[in-house]
Design a protein around this ligand. Structure first.
Ligand SMILES: NC(=O)c1ccc[n+]([C@@H]2O[C@H](COP(=O)([O-])OP(=O)(O)OC[C@H]3O[C@@H](n4cnc5c(N)ncnc54)[C@H](OP(=O)(O)O)[C@@H]3O)[C@@H](O)[C@H]2O)c1
Length: 329
């Protein structure tokens, strides 16, 4: 890569969850090549150290390794403490970990695994790291969602799929939750931002259909049959990481917040994702489920009427349904 492209990430620290394989490792590799100091997480120390060696060999910079099973809240809390201890700054948090299970699994906390890992883990980790992100601002929270968000519905009556479970329904719901969380976080950050304080932004993305180990632990039979034939048509992990890398690094996106991206461009997410009442309710339910019932002061949500437009810092863009000019594919 040439100097003009690599310069923006020099001196920046990026934490990528799930940086041991697939899209997360490709994201870490790309950002390391651009000069960033990387920190990656994974469940297995050996796999994580192997990935870190590869990232160091490619990027040349420092790569920190954190080991945690993020399906367990105690592990997410331990991970956050270690990160706060070892990383003096966090310029970008890439919430990348996610998975699919065809059959219902329960975590150490007694929660349905897809909801716990795909939504509650990034929700908790982001909240626990938010002060450090704010201290490091301008900083960014990038959350890897999916186009599956468009098929999702937040079923508050059966969030954990206890009454009825389907792998795709649980996955779609979790990926919609990623977008609702991102938009709500962007609103809260905007409400607490001040004109003299650089922004923390929050954006979500669809990486494309990417050939990785995704869903391999417990695939649906349709995946088992068709994925081998579809692999040649899928994006490579490097191609799948491109939008995460862009959201983490592009200077022109420093003030862009509360958006959904695909193929590197802003894209309209589902109508349900713009429902602020659902987002606020999901935030509260999630905070209760992870024991963050008293959110940090910085995240106390102000009622809408307390946020007159003329007092909004001009650099932030609130989440909104994009205009028809923006892609809806
Ligand atoms: N692949 C696609 O086509 C596609 C499409 C749309 C969205 N996405 C999203 O992209 C993200 C990355 O997916 P991917 O395709 O790269 O998947 P992947 O190849 O399965 O990689 C998943 C990563 O997450 C880590 N991980 C898995 N379970 C974990 C747990 N319980 N605790 C901590 N880390 C865990 C894995 O590390 P270890 O196994 O080493 O612990 C690995 O680094 C996910 O959020 C997924 O929903 C993927």
């Amino acid at each position: 890569m040439d100097g003009a492209v690599t310069a923006p990430m020099t001196g920046k620290t990026v934490l990528v969850t799930g940086g041991t394989s697939g899209i997360g490792k490709a994201t870490a590799l790309g950002l390391a090549t651009m000069g960033a100091r990387l920190a990656i997480t994974g469940r297995d120390r050996g796999r994580a150290e192997d990935a870190a060696r590869e990232i160091r060999a490619t990027g040349g910079g420092q790569v920190d390794v954190f080991v945690a099973d993020m399906s367990a809240q105690a592990e997410v809390r331990r991970l956050a403490n270690e990160v706060l201890h070892r990383l003096p700054r966090i310029d970008v948090l890439v919430n990348n970990v996610g998975g699919y299970w065809n059959t219902r699994r329960v975590t150490a906390d007694g929660l349905e695994r897809t909801f716990a890992l795909n939504h509650l883990a990034p929700f908790l980790l982001t909240n626990l790291l938010l002060d450090r992100l704010t201290q490091s601002s301008p900083s960014r929270v990038v959350t890897v969602s999916s186009n599956a968000q468009a098929l999702g519905r937040i079923n508050f009556d059966d969030l954990q799929g206890e009454a009825s479970y389907s792998g795709s329904r649980a996955y779609n719901q979790s990926k919609l939750a990623n977008v609702l969380f991102t938009y709500e976080l962007a609103r809260r950050l905007q409400a607490t931002a001040s004109a003299d304080h650089a922004p923390v932004t929050a954006n979500a993305l669809h990486p494309g259909v990417v050939s990785t180990s995704f869903g391999a632990e417990d695939p649906a039979s349709v995946q088992r049959i068709f994925i081998p034939f579809l692999r040649p048509l899928m994006k490579t992990p490097t191609q799948g990481a491109a939008t995460s890398i862009r959201l983490a690094s592009a200077p022109e996106l420093e003030h862009v917040s509360g958006r959904f991206f695909a193929d590197g461009k802003p894209k309209k997410s589902s109508k349900a994702s713009y429902d602020e009442a659902v987002a606020a309710r999901l935030w509260q339910v999630s905070a209760d489920l992870v024991g963050l019932t008293t959110p940090p002061d910085a995240l106390q949500r102000q009622p809408h009427h307390e946020q007159p437009h003329h007092e909004q810092p001009h650099h932030e863009q609130p989440p909104h349904e994009p205009s028809a000019q923006e892609s809806t594919s």
